[in-house]
Ligand binder design. Sequence first.
Ligand SMILES: *[C@@H]1O[C@H](CO)[C@@H](O)[C@H](O)[C@H]1NC(C)=O
Ligand SMILES: *[C@@H]1O[C@H](CO)[C@@H](O)[C@H](O)[C@H]1NC(C)=O
Ligand SMILES: *[C@@H]1O[C@H](CO)[C@@H](O)[C@H](O)[C@H]1NC(C)=O
Length: 570
Amino acid sequence: MALCKLLTLLSIIAMASAAMVVHESRTSVPAGFVSQGAAPANDMLTLRVALTSNNVAGLEEQLMSLSTPGSSEFRQWLSMEEVKAFVQPSSETVSAFSAFASANGLEPTLPVSQANQLFAAQFEVFTHPDMPDTITRTLSVSLPSELVGHVDVIHPTTEFTGPNTRLAPTSFISLDRRAVAASCNSSLPSGVVTPTCLQELYGIPTTPATEKTNSLLVTAYEDEFAQTADLSEFLKLLRPDIPSTTTFTLLTTAGGINTQNPEDAGTEADLDIEYTTGIATDVPIEFLAVGGNNFATSLLDTTTFLDGVATPPSVMTTSYGDTETDIGSSMATKICNGYMALGTRGISVVFASGDGGVRGNHDTLSICDDNTFMPVFPAACPFVTAVGSTQGFGPEKAINFTGGGFSNFFPTPSYQTAAVASFLKTVPSNFAGTFNKAGRGYPDLAVQGWNFEIVAGGETGLVGGTSASSPTFAGIIALINDRLIAAGKPVLGFLNPFIYSTASTAFTDITIGHNSGFVCPASSVAFDAAVGWDALTGFGTPIFPNSWPLRWRNEFTRKYLLNLNVTFLE
Ligand SMILES: *[C@@H]1O[C@H](CO)[C@@H](O)[C@H](O)[C@H]1NC(C)=O
Ligand SMILES: *[C@@H]1O[C@H](CO)[C@@H](O)[C@H](O)[C@H]1NC(C)=O
Ligand SMILES: *[C@@H]1O[C@H](CO)[C@@H](O)[C@H](O)[C@H]1NC(C)=O
């Protein structure tokens, strides 16, 4: 009887195997992209397929258990091999895909006509005014039913990453005179932010790190090259107390390079490398240059690279992001799951939250009247720590462009349900903005993000953006990890459950600001900062103890950044 039922079931599955199931589709072309018509049938496409991991649910449960204070496994981070056991596809998945590939003569590079037929797609050629090359995409991609549950992403299909994913809203503004290392109060011209200013403002120690097994990784995309000469000049000027020969280790993946020439200086790369090196005194810094010309696949290449590193960095910072909807849900989910895996290894994955306020990674005048908010990815991934921006001193305020809001793809994770619910109560019932109240809210915290003094291409100037906030916060985390390692303790790893459980004592709450954007007028609909967590600055800006490291050495049990006394030295 049971066998009979099983056979019936099997024959139904066999009959259904020719059916196509929509995997992802879009109702319209993302803003800025223009279709130039159907892609020629004989054009060749190179496909990348991401197979489904065998146990994402188990990995997520493991991450929460490892990162939630009070858990018996708290901070018992996993090895490379342990994570691989969750992430690799099952043998059924590999066989299902191999059978499909051989039955259909599927090669990595195939004509558009075959791709259209195999995946019920209609590939078109698209242009974007700010992109030099055309891209080939389809608004809908389907899977034959025998691949459903075995394939997460087929690329390129429905992913449309826009140009300029760097999160700095202003270009480099040259300074006539070089500010010297100075407090936020005394620096000239007024309001210039330097490492010394940040150290004073947040109580960050200047004492050198001691642990050489600890490292901080800066990621770089879009051919942004960090210049060792600029870093050296920056340190001479703004960290005269440490050797100006302090530098970083270059890592590369997917053909990334890091060309050294004043004219090749990347403002983003220089900012990121200067503020990590300038804050995380003597922590080994790594710069990962990721090649390729597609942001989404470069993000996947980054996690793949780190999955294969046996001794990973303790913190990684990324100052790039794109509008979540442009990346699309299958690609965003795969990338976000990659950060979940890095979290279980004990890597704090830190991202800038975006520079368009509630309107994408960069706001533009054409969207100021659109009250449908546009979340930013990867900041909106629940497995990263998203850093927004403040400006001004006494009190710090949320800056207008600080990226914040709610994901349309990822639901509110359990660690932040109470914080998000309190914030939503402050949003008026007649609020004109449209957003997903049930989504992951971001950012998680904020750091200064305006008028950062940097050296780029041999010139001194000012830049701003959540791009400046993220490396600064990563530097703080790296310094804490240095002390943890020195004390024989595990590193902080995935931060969010910890931050949300201890935030009231660990951050200065930022309660003023409106994130309508850098370009959109302040009258545009946006969120307002509030008491407690908000979708502009999260819990606020970090607090370090005033007299590091003496106080830390002498009073081990006192609370300091992130209220470590609860969990760190037990
Ligand atoms: C700046 O000056 C104000 C007023 O004297 C003081 O309260 C504040 O702590 C100073 N901030 C810094 C970063 O020195
Ligand atoms: C947003 O803030 C920045 C920094 O204070 C300022 O330069 C810019 O003009 C502001 N934008 C708007 C639209 O007010
Ligand atoms: C931190 O440790 C001190 C001393 O043991 C204690 O008084 C304080 O309550 C602790 N803080 C928290 C939030 O547990």
